[in-house]
Design a protein around this ligand. Structure first.
Ligand code: ZN
Length: 240
C-alpha cells in the first residue's frame, strides 16, 4: 500500500477516535480522591461519550478537558506510528495500546495520575488481542514471553512505586506495555524502558533549564512518568 494511503488512513481513524479519547480525558483527568468529572463544572452538561476538538464544553463554551486540537494532533501522530510499525496480527494490540495510551498520556500530564479506569481496559485489551494474535499466527508459545516480560516490567515499576519514585498507576501501565513489548522480545522491552528513562531525563533537563533561564524559584520537579513510558514503548517498537 502506498505510504500516502497508509498515513491518510491512520490520520482519518485517529480523527474519528479523538472525540472518544477527549471525553475519556475530560472524565478521568481529575486529581486523586475527587469524583470522576461526569458533567461540565461550569454548566452541568453531561460530559458524554464524545467531545469536539475545540477543548470547550458544547453547552457553555467554557474550557473542558485537553486544549484545542491537542488530543487530535497526538492521536494522529500515534496512529501513523502504529500503522508504520504494524506487521502482523499483534498490530491490533498495538493500536489498542496506542488509543488508551493517548488518553492516559494526557491524563497523567494533567493530573499526575494513571487511573485504573483507563489502565484496566488497556491491560485487558492488550492481553486478549495478543492471545488472539498468537493463536492466529499459530505460535501460542510467544504468550509465555509476553507474560514473563509483563511481570518483569510490572514488578520493576512496582518496586519504584513502593519506594515512592512512581505513582500507583505506573505499575499496571508497566504490565500492559511489558506484555506488548514482550511480543517483540526482551531486548525491545529493555529498549523501551531505556528510551523512557532517556526521554524523561531530557524533559526534566529542559524544564530545569527553562526555570533557571526565567529565574523562577525551585520547587522540586514532578515529571509525569506515564507519557514517557508510553513514548519509550512506541519508540522501541518503531526502532526494532
Ligand atoms: Zn459547560
Amino acid at each position: 500500500m502506498p505510504v500516502v494511503t497508509v498515513v491518510a488512513g491512520a490520520v482519518l481513524v485517529a480523527l474519528l477516535l479523538a472525540p472518544v479519547l477527549r471525553a475519556l480525558v475530560a472524565r478521568f483527568a481529575v486529581p486523586e480522591g475527587e469524583p470522576w468529572c461526569e458533567a461540565c463544572p461550569l454548566c452541568g452538561r453531561p460530559v458524554g461519550r464524545l467531545l469536539p476538538p475545540t477543548g470547550r464544553c458544547p453547552g457553555c463554551r467554557g474550557r473542558l478537558g485537553a486544549g484545542p486540537g491537542a488530543v487530535e494532533a497526538v492521536a494522529a501522530a500515534v496512529a501513523v506510528a502504529v500503522a508504520w510499525a504494524a506487521d502482523g496480527p499483534q498490530a491490533a494490540a498495538l493500536a489498542w495500546a496506542g488509543a488508551f495510551g493517548v488518553a492516559l498520556g494526557f491524563t497523567d500530564a494533567r493530573v499526575r495520575r494513571l487511573p485504573y479506569r483507563l489502565t484496566g481496559p488497556l491491560l485487558a485489551g492488550v492481553a486478549v488481542l495478543l492471545a488472539v494474535a498468537a493463536l492466529a499466527e499459530g505460535r501460542p508459545g510467544v504468550l509465555l514471553r509476553c507474560l514473563l516480560v509483563a511481570l518483569a516490567v510490572g514488578a520493576l515499576l512496582e518496586v519504584a512505586v513502593q519506594i515512592g519514585a512512581l505513582g500507583p498507576g505506573d505499575s499496571p501501565l508497566g504490565l500492559a506495555l511489558g506484555g506488548l513489548l514482550g511480543w517483540y522480545g526482551w531486548w525491545v522491552a529493555i529498549g523501551g524502558l531505556a528510551a523512557a528513562v532517556v526521554l524523561a531525563g531530557l524533559w526534566g533537563t529542559l524544564r530545569v533549564t527553562a526555570l533557571l533561564v526565567r529565574r523562577r524559584p525551585w520547587r522540586g520537579l514532578e515529571v509525569p512518568v506515564g507519557p514517557f513510558l508510553l513514548l519509550g514503548a512506541l519508540t522501541a517498537v518503531l526502532a526494532r
